[in-house]
Design a protein. Structure first.
Length: 304
């Protein structure tokens, strides 16, 4: 299949809502990356939602760079600090197939959107022999037009819905328009996949899991997101993954109000509200998940 969509033109990049216009064949875009794709890890990952990780793990590929500037990013070494190895689409296709051979339940693309042309080519090359679902795992800050391009390649969407309040999203992620963008992208994902579909082992085959990580001191914002989900998305059209894993990483120390762990009380109040709204299809997270060891080592594993 050939792609002629202008969104895929890397000489004036408008792949993401930043619309930075960089000629990424020559210089880095807002995402911090040039056109040549780079990855930091490709391995079986056991710490996603149960219906993604299963018993054998998710075949997770972590891509370098990001279109957000989250001050608390757990993956900051690759999202902000440039860790990664250059790969060709052919290399990436081979990695997908190798992960499948290792028993991966799915191929999990983590923050891949800014490398879309190369990723699509890799998926096209692997497609004849790739028989497991493809997961698009992202920060939610995506264009609906990009989601449309992914229609024939992605089975499962795993977006964040980080903030409702533009003041918070501007302060912590440098994106005042985050909610207006992410809410439209998530609606497009759900429209594309339909309601979640599971196999006989309880693994997700198709659908959308919306992740929301509760931030310290931001219960009102979490509440606004829960009410939006209840009021604007069809019942049963998504799974909610409510995360308690916030850990003060990276530049969190510059923001005193979030330079601490989330309390059990804060998380439980948000969880109780989700239940009261009937948002019970999905996952909660044990507070023990707020540990640095749950962040994988970005040591170029699996990229040989």
């Amino acid at each position: 299949m050939k792609w002629d969509n202008s969104l895929l033109d890397m000489t004036s990049c408008r792949l993401c809502p930043r619309n930075c216009g960089a000629d990424r064949t020559k210089r880095r875009g807002y995402c911090g990356e040039k056109a040549v794709l780079r990855c930091a890890r490709a391995a079986l990952h056991h710490w996603e939602e149960p219906c993604i990780s299963g018993t054998r793990g998710s075949g997770t590929v972590f891509f370098s760079g990001c279109n957000l500037r989250c001050c608390f990013c757990q993956n900051y070494k690759i999202s902000q600090e440039g860790t990664g190895k250059e790969l060709s689409p052919e290399n990436l296709a081979d990695i997908f197939l190798r992960l499948q051979e290792q028993g991966a339940h799915n191929i999990n693309l983590v923050t891949a959107g800014h490398f879309l042309p190369a990723v699509l080519k890799a998926l096209e090359l692997a497609k004849p022999r790739l028989h497991i679902p493809v997961v698009y795992n992202c920060g939610g800050y995506e264009k609906p037009e990009v989601i449309e391009i992914l229609k024939d390649y992605v089975d499962i969407y795993l977006p964040d819905l980080k903030y409702f309040d533009p003041v918070l999203s501007a302060r912590y992620s440098g994106a005042g328009d985050y909610f207006s963008v992410a809410s439209r992208a998530i609606a497009a994902m759900i429209s594309q996949t339909g309601n979640p579909v599971f196999d006989e082992e309880g693994l997700l085959k198709k659908g959308v899991i919306i992740r929301h990580m509760v931030l310290p001191g931001s219960r009102k914002d979490s509440s606004a997101i829960l009410h939006w989900l209840k009021d604007n998305l069809p019942e049963g059209s998504f799974l909610l993954s409510l995360l308690s894993q916030y850990t003060p990483f990276y530049k969190s120390s510059q923001y005193p109000e979030i330079n601490r762990r989330l309390t059990t009380y804060e998380y439980n109040k948000v969880l109780e509200e989700a239940i009261s709204l009937g948002l019970t299809q999905g996952f909660m997270q044990e507070k023990s998940s707020a540990k640095e060891e749950y962040t994988p080592p970005f040591n170029l594993e699996g990229l040989e």
